[in-house]
Ligand binder design. Structure first.
Ligand SMILES: Nc1ncnc2c1ncn2[C@@H]1O[C@H](COP(=O)(O)OP(=O)(O)OP(=O)(O)O)[C@@H](O)[C@H]1O
Ligand SMILES: [Mg+2]
Length: 434
């Protein structure tokens, strides 16, 4: 991989892999959730861990944050009586005299990069709601006070799930969730005791820490915000990922309908559009940890970290099944090649929607990316026109989209959308305020 601006990709990847290994040595039998939380950090998301008492939730959060330097960690044990000032700082007395409620945010969650909130559902709903805004918007927004927050990721722990409107919103905000059931095997118990002899119940300091600035940079790369370094996401991988996640969502809902008593509190299984969109960051995080600068189908297989509750193995298996089913469907008979061509065509259609004046000239004449050449060749071969005149544009686009013979149902759906898109290009809806 490339080396730019003293950012050594391979060295940085090695730092993260070493850190993951280090945490795994201290905390036994938690490989999956450790991987998951690192993905949360790389994508600037929050993670929620649930387990019964004494299963190393606190230790895990502390050990992971101890792997970084140059970042503040805000730590709190939630309780019912607490007011928002526990999280956002005490009230400023001078402001209060003027009748304004302003929190002094110094050393609060707002001014920390990391947060560990223990027993999060013990907090009252009023405080949770304020907290939700900070997790969502990365700002303190309370009454008249608005302060941007430097918050990167929060790890929250809980022994139980409390169901109310606000806890549901909180659950949705934690894109990464896990539930672990402590192993009772002699081997695991021996190893835990062995670590206890060595370190007591405490987390340990690694010889080398990752600079927070490094994490921040990698996060920018993973979330596609870096000006220089990118991890390429081929269009067909986005299509594959969405298809797999959609298949998984429908399979879970089918199971819920068949066995409603398994999850009495769950009406349906819903993946929000936000989480769908976040999948792309997860794909890039996975590619990064694999040392690649391009997303592949292997990364799509890793999306279970985001779309299942890690620790629930039947969910993971179901996700894997969805992945295998879709990959098999698409992998057959050159479907990927077809998707690639159709998605390039989609980009072209989107461009035409944005600049309809392009339709006034022969579109095969537009210089630029591959799709135009393909379109031109196709026009020459099939319609026998070398330079389509203006009137030919519609025939050209319609003919081209019909030339795709969809190899799967998903592709069939995509083609229908594109036909509709083309229709709209030539019959633009009159804007209501126009
Ligand atoms: N998987 C494990 N690996 C290493 N140590 C463990 C493991 N599970 C438990 N321990 C030991 O148990 C202790 C208790 O863990 P910790 O306090 O982090 O649990 P917790 O899940 O936060 O509990 P609570 O729900 O009561 O807050 C740890 O300090 C550690 O010594
Ligand atoms: Mg604890």
């Amino acid at each position: 991989m490339n080396t730019q601006n003293s950012f050594h990709f391979d060295d940085v990847i090695a730092q993260f892999r070493d850190a993951i290994e280090f945490v795994n040595r201290r905390i036994i039998n938690r490989t999956e959730v450790i991987d998951q939380i690192f993905c949360a950090l790389l994508t600037r998301e929050h993670a929620l861990i649930q387990s019964r008492t004494g299963a190393a939730k606190s230790l895990l959060a502390q050990q992971i944050f101890a792997m970084f330097e140059g970042a503040r960690t805000f730590q709190v044990q939630a309780s019912k009586e607490q007011q928002p000032d526990t999280y956002f700082g005490g009230l400023d007395i001078e402001e209060l005299k003027q009748g304004r409620i302003i929190h002094n945010t110094k050393n609060s969650l707002v001014e920390s990069e990391f947060g560990f909130i223990d027993e999060i559902f013990d907090a009252n709903d009023y405080t949770l709601r304020a907290l939700l805004t900070t997790l969502n918007e990365r700002a303190l927004i309370l009454g008249v006070q608005v302060v941007p927050s430097r918050l990167h990721s929060v790890i929250a722990a809980t022994n139980y799930l409390r169901v109310s409107e606000v806890t549901e919103a909180i659950l949705d905000r934690f894109v990464f969730k896990s539930l672990f059931i402590p192993s009772k095997t002699a081997y695991v118990q021996y190893k835990i005791a062995r670590r206890y002899l060595e370190h007591g119940g405490k987390h340990i300091q690694p010889a080398r820490k990752i600079a927070y600035a490094t994490l921040e940079r990698v996060t920018r790369i993973v979330t596609g915000e870096d000006a220089e370094l990118t991890i390429r996401v081929p269009l067909q991988m986005i299509f594959l990922a969405n298809s797999v996640v959609r298949h998984f969502e429908s399979q879970r809902n089918r199971l819920l309908k068949e066995r409603p008593h398994d999850h009495p509190q769950l009406k349906d299984f819903y993946i929000s559009p936000r989480t769908y969109a976040k999948s792309i960051d997860m794909l890039r995080a996975s590619a990064f940890l694999h040392g690649r600068d391009e997303v592949t189908a292997d990364d799509v297989a890793k999306l279970w970290y985001m779309h299942t509750t890690v620790g629930l193995h039947d969910q993971r298996e179901l996700f894997q099944k969805s992945h295998d089913t879709i990959l098999h469907q698409l992998g057959a008979a050159r479907a990927f090649e077809q998707i690639q061509r159709m998605l390039e065509f989609q980009d072209f259609l989107d461009e035409l929607h944005e600049s309809p004046e392009l339709l006034e000239t022969p579109i095969t004449g537009i210089e630029g990316s591959g799709i135009r050449r393909t379109l031109k060749d196709w026009a020459k071969e099939t319609l026998g026109i070398a330079d389509a005149s203006v009137e030919h544009n519609r025939r050209l686009l319609e003919g081209y989209v019909r030339s795709f013979e969809p190899l799967t149902e998903e592709i069939q759906e995509l083609r229908l959308r594109q036909e509709k898109d083309i229709h709209e290009l030539f019959h633009p809806a009159v804007h209501i305020w126009a």
